[in-house]
Design a protein around this ligand. Sequence first.
Ligand code: FAD
Length: 394
Amino acid sequence: MRIGVIGAGIVGLATAREILRRHQEFSLTIFDKESGPGQHQSTHNSGVLHAGVYYKPGSLKAQLSVKGIRRMTSFCREKQIAHEVCGKIIVATNEAEVQRLRELKERGIRNGLTGLRWLNAGELHELEPHAAGLAGLHVPEEGIVDYKAVCCCLLEDVCSAGGKFMNRAKVLGMTRRGNEWRVSTTAGIHAMDYIVNCAGLFCDLIAELAGVPREMKIVPFRGEYYQLTPKAQNLVRNLIYPVPDPSFPFLGVHFTRLIHGGVEAGPNAVLAFAREGYSKSTISLRDMMDSLLFPGLWKFLLRYPSMCWEEMIRSFNKQLFAQALRKLVPEISENDLVPGSAGVRAQAMLGNGTLVQDFWLVQRPGAMHVLNAPSPAATASLAIAEYVVNRMTL
Ligand SMILES: Cc1cc2nc3c(=O)[nH]c(=O)nc-3n(C[C@H](O)[C@H](O)[C@H](O)COP(=O)(O)OP(=O)(O)OC[C@H]3O[C@@H](n4cnc5c(N)ncnc54)[C@H](O)[C@@H]3O)c2cc1C
């Protein structure tokens, strides 16, 4: 059996590894358009190990992030990848948030997290002396990790199990004759029996090339970070998160200590003008037209007008960014922030303007498409891989 995995992000790499763990006899090729593995979302993220406290009980995200964080931490231990289970606190800054935080704690327990601890203001202060809040939730299983090293180790495992990595091999088209796929890439045409689409920001377009009618579109949301200056880094010990706003589809800006040193603040969530639009000035007319001609985007903008506008304004205004962060750590000032990196989220949106919250797989004869793998898919990648391979009819 010849398997072609499209995309050498963390999900594609983990899936390729899982296929070869179960079927050493298969011939497997990973195609990626870039020069090396994990050059997009998988290394342009917060580097956090999320345990699944936020997700709806029973959802794939809830199941696979709890399982996934345990798989990921033991993988990191086994491969000696830099990681630290330092714990996170979620901070409630008003009564409404305290109530929502209680619900989050219940959710976390139902999802199978262990060690969740309610913190009063004093206990919060002991764990994070500069965070302000009425109450907090300590999530001790969470942590930080070097996802770039994870991607490299996954690729090493794939190659030592006989898999091939074709870099600079952008998939341009696919046709199916009988039971065989002809995959056209910038590095030639390849015959495959089964394809797995893990193309992240381009997964909807790849699915379309393979004949899957488009029910959704990937809408790129850029997440911009600031770094804390060395002087301000002592204001944050580990991970400080807000209680997510239920009317906002992302987690809200937060503080993250990085595994190789430094502290980041962010990310925001701004509509990007290109699928790989890592800076404000990166514009792809094709991607922009693709988004603008999609009725779902307009419905989304009408549903969340103030959020979209405020995120855009805050992206250009450091003072407003600092103001949002001061809600969690009041001592932070604008001068403590220097511009940092950015990532672009591949977020699936339906035609009615709803963001797809859960992971989403679509299976077709001879193909599996991973059509929505946003956060925490890096943490959950090893569990997603098991789930995907369990469902592949090989
Ligand atoms: C700002 C931000 C912060 C995040 N923080 C976290 C976090 O702290 N913890 C966490 O668990 N998750 C986090 N996430 C989510 C996580 O990074 C992603 O869910 C995960 O990396 C998705 O992996 P992937 O393999 O699906 O996609 P990607 O890593 O994007 O990989 C897709 C691959 O497909 C390739 N590709 C695309 N088109 C083609 C083509 N035509 N031909 C060949 N190759 C192609 C690309 O080059 C790329 O390598 C964050 C994401 C963002 C953007």
